[in-house]
Design a protein around this ligand. Sequence first.
Ligand SMILES: NC(=O)C1=CN([C@@H]2O[C@H](COP(=O)(O)OP(=O)(O)OC[C@H]3O[C@@H](n4cnc5c(N)ncnc54)[C@H](O)[C@@H]3O)[C@@H](O)[C@H]2O)C=CC1
Ligand SMILES: O=C(O)[C@H]1O[C@H](OP(=O)(O)OP(=O)(O)OC[C@H]2O[C@@H](n3ccc(=O)[nH]c3=O)[C@H](O)[C@@H]2O)[C@H](O)[C@@H](O)[C@@H]1O
Length: 439
Amino acid sequence: MKIAVIGTGYVGLVTGTCFANSGNDVTCIDIDEKKIERLKGGVIPIYEPGLKELVLRNAEDGRLHFTTDTAAAVKTAEMIYLAVGTPQGDDGAADLSAMWAVTKAIAPHLREDAIVVTKSTVPVGTNARIFAILKELTGRECHVASNPEFLKEGAAIDDFMKPDRVVVGVRDPEVGEKLRQLYAPFLRTEKPFLVMSPESAEMTKYVANALLATKISFINEMANLCEKMGGDINDVRRGIGHDSRIGFAFLFPGVGYGGSCFPKDVRALTAMTEDKGNLPEMLRAVDSVNERQKTVLFNKVKSHFGDDLAGKRITVWGLAFKPETDDIREAPALVLIKQLQDAGATIVAHDPEAMENVAKETTGIEFCESMTEAVKGADALCICTDWKAFSQPDFAEMYQLMASPVVFDGRNLYDPARMKARGFCYHSIGRVAVDGRKA
Ligand SMILES: NC(=O)C1=CN([C@@H]2O[C@H](COP(=O)(O)OP(=O)(O)OC[C@H]3O[C@@H](n4cnc5c(N)ncnc54)[C@H](O)[C@@H]3O)[C@@H](O)[C@H]2O)C=CC1
Ligand SMILES: O=C(O)[C@H]1O[C@H](OP(=O)(O)OP(=O)(O)OC[C@H]2O[C@@H](n3ccc(=O)[nH]c3=O)[C@H](O)[C@@H]2O)[C@H](O)[C@@H](O)[C@@H]1O
């Protein structure tokens, strides 16, 4: 099948590459000329495990192409996937300007039988609006379908290739059938292909993200309470997770959720709820608990050292919003760094992939290529991302290198009792803090 994917970001590039890998002829389109030039030259603009190899292989095999020429790619395509960004607008609702621009740009070039599919996360009613715009511009009723994406950054290829389910929203059953054929290679383990209305599919995407964000805010609120009550959230987490009605997923407390999706999607759903005259009480709480959670580590640092952090050298491990990505959109680490800098601290940072992106957006941070280098002379270490590489540092060396062995662990990577035995003063999220020897 000939497919055009418009918007070659995290989702567009992964979608296009995986469809090419299953034998389709895919052209990825973007307005960002530099991005397309880099991709043509085999340079992948984002860090995503396994993506580079897959892009190169499919491009070499002639099934994956890159261009800025929307018209040429759309003219021959049977399916046109729309994967442009839908960021948060000023009022909290999704900003659909890129979606409308692309809809208008493709209209004159669509084949009679073309199917336009929204892959981006779009508010309920967007597919209906795209259908109406295309009808106005082409004079005919074009096929429009919704196919929301549930991949996670850092595991994008695996999530796309082995989805828990595929959701499509269609008006015409034949369009649903074509999409089923397209996805057949990814659903060989009998995972469900769910066909519904475009409105239900659009809603499904927001409800999934909002529920996952709710789980995180809930466990964070409980973790903060555990600290006051003398409980240990890790034991509580295990205690509840074995109940099959609850489970373990997305109940890890931390420094709040970040990324390009949970924050904006919770707010977009809030805006949709308000727009319809309903009260988004749960959604507002999820967002405000998360905003507060991003300040938890800073408050712990202040309780330990006092309000004035002038002269303190503080190391931050982990800048990306989650491990296995270089994405720093809404990363909790950036909020912490700003607070620490405002309080006078000197920041030394290390992240396996995200330092370049942070360097572009911040000032005054000293970056270190190695974790060990970064803790030299530090008064404290703050951990914001649960990169696997952070789970087994050489604690003895770290203890020697730090000016004072104080650790504020925003991802609960270590055992408090062991940290105490190693001599560290150790603070984590929802677990008992321990005093070390030198601290
Ligand atoms: N990042 C993620 O993990 C996931 C994102 N989504 C959704 O997918 C959508 C895309 O997200 P990302 O890929 O993260 O965004 P992104 O910002 O990484 O990529 C969007 C791309 O669209 C391009 N673009 C913008 N206007 C264009 C136009 N008129 N013509 C051609 N290209 C244009 C941009 O240059 C950019 O390369 C969003 O709606 C997001 O909510 C859904 C699931 C997962
Ligand atoms: O719509 C999207 O863009 C995507 O948003 C999330 O994926 P992503 O943001 O890439 O990453 P997650 O693994 O969900 O992590 C999001 C944030 O929650 C935090 N998190 C996650 C899980 C947890 O238990 N605790 C926790 O604090 C992570 O550290 C991270 O900051 C969803 O998991 C995907 O299903 C969805 O497709």
